[in-house]
Design a protein around this ligand. Structure first.
Ligand code: SF4
Length: 631
């Protein structure tokens, strides 16, 4: 086995226009081996507490993984880390595609941006060479047009581009970073940070991918992935109908977020917005990320309306632009998705903020005079396209919604804050803690606000103990199963939340797609990940070391947010989740306040955080080799 590699970091000072590089020694890089953990390490090393997220003092890191480019499905995510303008806490977001693989293929593990350019620029990386170029031509353009301008200027087609759209330029608080014009680092407003730095894009040329350390053994791990997909009903339906394949059953169970979380049941519209309906109507083809055989990405087309360049809506988008808003028109949802991808907006925060505004309108807290005449009633899909553009351009009523629903609620006043469905000012994604109580804990404690991809979800605990999923869970210390109707939040569920959170945190560090890896999907599991590290990289590791990597990242995020003033008070869920659902199969179901508080106490004790503030203790930081943070 070889030793652990060094980390190669591109260090860009946008204020001075200086491009330099740093090398992290193997003993440091092994603790923070890529993705979000590497980004956090750099942010914590180079950023003072208390800076304005949209000031030049913020630091933004795009990072790949030491595994990026190895020939196996699902090793292709890009992690972006910075201070979030939406939450004021740590900002963190992942996206699939090809960009991070090419970044690594050019010899770079991460790019760190500091300062602010005097004029709009983009960074062009061609192997060891990296240069800042004027982005005047691309600035102001939607993603598809900007990509064309940049490719023409460089004179090559075969480039991968991570860029912001006009929403990022206009500092919309939930602006995304887009690659391929249809893959989004969507959450926490990282696109606005790029905009504040006058940084339009990062462009990488295609490069030679790394080869596995031990090719023969590596091949044995990847096995026959296509056969595994066929044998596995969950991954099979993900491949066939995309992430939206689960929408129908969520509705049948009464847990499809509907009309700004007033209900979990959308019988009048769910069928029209399912993954199957999409496959049967507007789907043009399936797409993929680097090296992945699952091909879950949707590409839709509506001639003259929706361009395949902008991909197709995921489940989250179908829910937030659909059932959240009481909208059942799939074509409008596809158009809304396209506009978000053109302008660079997080579809979750955008759809959820519109749903919040609709409820304010229905309750008379705002009226046509406030909304530029738009009739913001639930189900009125005709308002969606115009309103999204207004948000991205910060025009009229859109300027208020561009701040996110928490800030909009504060400005609207009256009862608006009680209608706001956020944690730490980030809008809740489309998974209901009433059905997934352990997810309620993760929504509450997660340092960058409510997130559905930071832990495994409760329903997998109801699968057969002989299933591959349950076997994966055993490997990370989870053995208790539950009956399907058992929606409890007991001690074992808290352990499930914490242990799976550590694994998912590892996934966001090694830039793994969670649909392929991890306890809750079945293509590959934790033991195979250890082998990928061994035979792909020559990293003689263990599941124990890898789980510590994940746990370290969780505590770095928590430490970052603690120094920004966050504490247990911000680990609170919207009160609506504790009220019984009104209708359908989930009628009467709610989170139990008593169970939730007891679970939170236990979570803090398991995590090694202080009871009152929820901050990592000195012992916890030292256990995770983070003693340097205490100073
Ligand atoms: S499962 Fe889907 S999102 Fe994940 S890597 Fe494959 S194609 Fe991309």
């Amino acid at each position: 086995m070889s030793g652990f590699p060094k980390g190669h970091i591109l260090d860009i000072d946008l204020s001075s226009g200086t491009v330099s590089s740093q090398e992290l020694p193997p003993e440091i890089y092994r603790l923070y081996p890529g993705g979000s953990a590497l980004g956090l390490y750099l942010v914590l090393q180079h950023m003072e507490p208390g800076v304005d997220a949209l000031s030049p003092d913020n630091v933004l890191v795009m990072a790949a993984s030491p595994l990026s480019g190895l020939p196996i499905s699902g090793l292709n995510r890009l992690a972006v880390t910075t201070k979030s303008p939406l939450t004021g806490a740590i900002g963190d977001s992942q996206a699939g595609g090809f960009f991070p693989v090419e970044l690594k293929a050019n010899g770079w593990d991460a790019v760190m941006f500091r300062g602010k350019a005097a004029e709009p620029v983009y960074l062009y990386i061609n192997g060891e060479k990296a240069e800042l170029r004027n982005a005047g031509e691309a600035w102001g353009k939607v993603t598809g047009d900007a990509e064309e301008v940049i490719k023409k200027e460089i004179g090559e087609e075969d480039l991968h581009i991570a860029q912001i759209g006009p929403a990022g330029e206009n500092l919309v608080k939930y602006a995304s970073i887009m690659n391929m014009c249809n893959r989004a680092n969507g959450r926490t407003g990282t696109g606005a940070v790029m905009g504040s730095k006058n940084l339009k894009a990062v462009v990488v040329k295609k490069g030679a991918k790394q080869k596995p350390f031990d090719r023969e053994r590596f091949k044995e791990i990847s096995g026959d992935a296509r056969k595994r997909i066929k044998e596995n009903s969950i991954v099979n339906s993900l491949a066939e109908h995309g992430t939206d394949s689960g929408l129908e059953s969520l509705n049948l169970e009464g847990f499809l977020v509907t009309r700004n979380w007033n209900s979990g049941y959308f019988p009048e519209g769910a069928e029209q917005i399912t993954g199957t309906t999409m496959s049967e109507t507007i789907l043009k083809k399936r797409d993929t990320c680097y090296g992945c055989v699952v091909r879950c990405k949707r590409v839709v087309e509506i001639p003259g309306v929706v361009d395949p360049l902008y991909g197709g809506p995921e489940y989250e988008t179908c829910a937030t632009m659909g059932s959240y808003c009481g909208i059942k028109n799939l074509e409008t949802i596809a158009l809304a998705n396209q506009i978000c991808n053109m302008y660079g907006l997080d579809t979750i925060s955008c759809g959820a903020t519109i749903a919040f505004a609709m409820e304010c309108y229905e309750k008379g807290l705002i009226g046509p005079d406030d909304t530029d005449g738009l009739e913001l009633t639930f189900g009125n899909d005709s308002v969606l396209p115009d309103l999204i553009v207004k948000i991205a351009e910060r025009k009229g009523f859109g300027n208020l919604l561009a701040e996110g629903s928490a800030e909009a609620a504060r400005r609207i006043g009256k009862e608006a804050e009680t209608l706001c469905m956020t944690v730490k000012k980030q809008e809740l994604p489309a998974h209901m803690p009433q059905q997934k109580p352990s997810l309620g804990i993760i929504y509450a404690v997660n340092s960058f606000g409510a997130d559905h991809q930071s832990s495994a979800h409760d329903p997998i605990l109801t699968m057969s103990p002989k299933s591959r999923i349950r076997d994966n869970l055993y490997q990370v210390g989870i053995w208790k199963g539950y009956d399907p109707g058992e929606l409890v939040l007991d001690d074992e569920k808290v352990r499930f939340a914490y242990n799976s959170q550590c694994f998912y945190s590892l996934a966001d560090t090694l830039c793994l797609c969670q649909f392929v890896w991890g306890p809750s999907w079945q293509l590959y599991g934790p033991s195979e990940l250890v082998e990928v590290c061994r035979y792909g990289l020559g990293w003689d590791t263990s599941l124990y070391e890898l789980m510590l990597v994940g746990e370290r990242r969780i505590n770095m995020m928590r430490f970052f947010s603690a120094r920004e003033g966050f504490s247990r008070a911000e680990d609170e869920l919207p009160s609506r989740l504790f009220k019984p659902l009104p209708e359908g199969p989930s009628s009467g179901i709610s989170l139990s306040r008593e169970e939730f508080e007891a679970a939170m106490d236990l979570y803090y004790r398991i995590a090694g955080w202080t009871h009152e503030e929820g901050h990592p203790t000195e012992a916890t930081l030292k256990r995770l080799s983070l003693g340097w943070l205490i100073k």
